[in-house]
Design a binder for this molecule. Structure first.
Ligand SMILES: Cc1ncc(COP(=O)(O)O)c(C=O)c1O
Length: 382
């Protein structure tokens, strides 16, 4: 008898990143689709990793991470956001933000619970919610500045709402929340049992002097929130898949109950290496100006093109409005440009559950200048 598999994610295929990166490879296209740098990380970081391996840090790390790194994360968080997290009980080092998001959702969401997802959304939230039997409830960011529609969110909160996931700086919307948004989040969650996941993987990539509004800045929010960050983004090593989670002890206790069985610990040598880097705050404080220069360069390079660059407040992405160039759907256009013009970008519609098409393509500018120049040369001819 043939094996019958009842899929737990029947409508899920491969991710758009896998599809577009595969197409980019097949057609030898300039790849601005997936979000990763095409340049090397700091030699100091590579040396610190080698040193950690040579020093014998090659066995399981403690489940929540080496205490030295947790202490350094606590110091950084207190300095930047004024909030003290206890390294013993409130900080866990994890193999990447994606696993942290999954674990936090699995720890909190019961079957039938509703989770508010703000769209366009990073694509791992919804499958995690659905695998846990949760129900995603969608709220769209407002076009074209991708700000949060608090009235809409308020209208969607009911007794079944268990969680709200926010993300700032936002991928793919490239917006960033303000103090007003934090106040609104306090107001909509007050007197509820709602848990917040704050995806802050781009906390160190924010532009034009804006201050990252971590939920750690607000005591009421911090008391109900998981904050998730990623060393992969901050230190240009997405392939190292290391991040961390901050949460008050009762939430972290539930998180660790799941985490001890779905990963147990993260790559030990990288923890020593990141701890070394955190001793020098310049290593993370210099990331915003570094990427701001790339953002500005890309915008300037595209001045002669038919593409309108929407302002990017943070993350290493920009959105291109192509409505002056084509009436095609964003998905068809992204595919055609990869195949015919050898440039790969991500259609924004893939970040909406209903494939809403605002005629926008997302590009990643975490690339060497020569890659950006090559990309602009192609786009300027269209
Ligand atoms: C908004 C957002 N959250 C989470 C992640 C995942 O981060 P990590 O690579 O650390 O799993 C990404 C990566 O692109 C992201 O853009």
């Amino acid at each position: 008898m043939p094996l019958i598999i009842k899929s737990k994610l029947p409508y899920t295929g491969i991710t758009i990143f896998t599809e577009m990166s595969g197409l980019a490879k097949q057609y030898d296209a300039v790849n601005l689709s997936q979000g990763f740098p095409d340049f090397e990380c700091s030699p100091d970081l590579r040396e610190a990793l080698t040193r950690a391996m040579n020093a014998g840090h090659n066995q399981y790390a403690p489940m929540p991470g080496i205490i030295q790194l947790r202490e350094s994360i606590a110091t950084k968080t207190e300095k930047l956001y004024g909030k003290k997290y206890n390294p013993e009980t409130e900080i866990t080092v994890v193999p990447g933000a994606t696993l942290a998001l999954f674990t936090a959702i699995a720890a909190i969401v019961h079957s039938g619970d509703e989770v508010i997802v703000i769209e366009p959304a990073y694509d791992c939230y919804v499958p995690a919610i659905e695998l846990c039997g949760g129900v995603p409830v969608y709220s769209s960011l407002q076009f074209p500045d991708f700000s949060i529609n608090w009235a809409d969110i308020r209208s969607k909160i009911n007794f079944k709402t268990k969680m709200i996931i926010i993300n700032s700086p936002q991928n793919p919307g490239t917006s960033a929340i303000s103090m007003y948004d934090l106040e609104q989040l306090v107001a909509v969650t007050q007197d509820t049992n709602i848990v917040v996941i704050s995806d802050e993987v781009y906390e160190h990539i924010i532009f034009d002097g804006m201050k990252h509004q971590s939920v750690a800045l607000n005591d009421e929010l911090a008391a109900r929130s998981f904050i998730i960050s990623s060393f992969g983004k901050t230190y240009h090593v997405t392939g190292w898949k290391t991040g961390y989670v901050l949460a008050p002890e009762p939430l972290m206790k539930e998180f660790r109950k799941v985490y001890q069985y779905n990963a147990f610990c993260s790559f030990a040598p990288a923890q020593w290496a990141f701890n070394k880097m955190l001793q020098n705050p310049e290593t993370y404080l210099s990331v915003s100006p570094f990427y701001q220069a790339k953002r500005d360069k890309m915008e300037q390079l595209l001045t002669p093109s038919k593409f309108k660059v929407l302002p990017s407040k943070g993350s290493y992405f920009q959105l291109l409005d192509y409505s002056a160039y084509s009436v095609e759907s964003d998905y068809e256009l992204a595919k055609r440009l990869t195949i015919e013009h050898k440039i790969a970008m991500i259609p924004l519609s893939s970040f909406y559950h209903n494939k809403k098409d605002d005629k926008l393509l997302r590009i990643c500018f975490a690339k060497q200048d020569e890659t950006l120049i090559k990309a602009a040369e192609i786009l300027n001819t269209l």
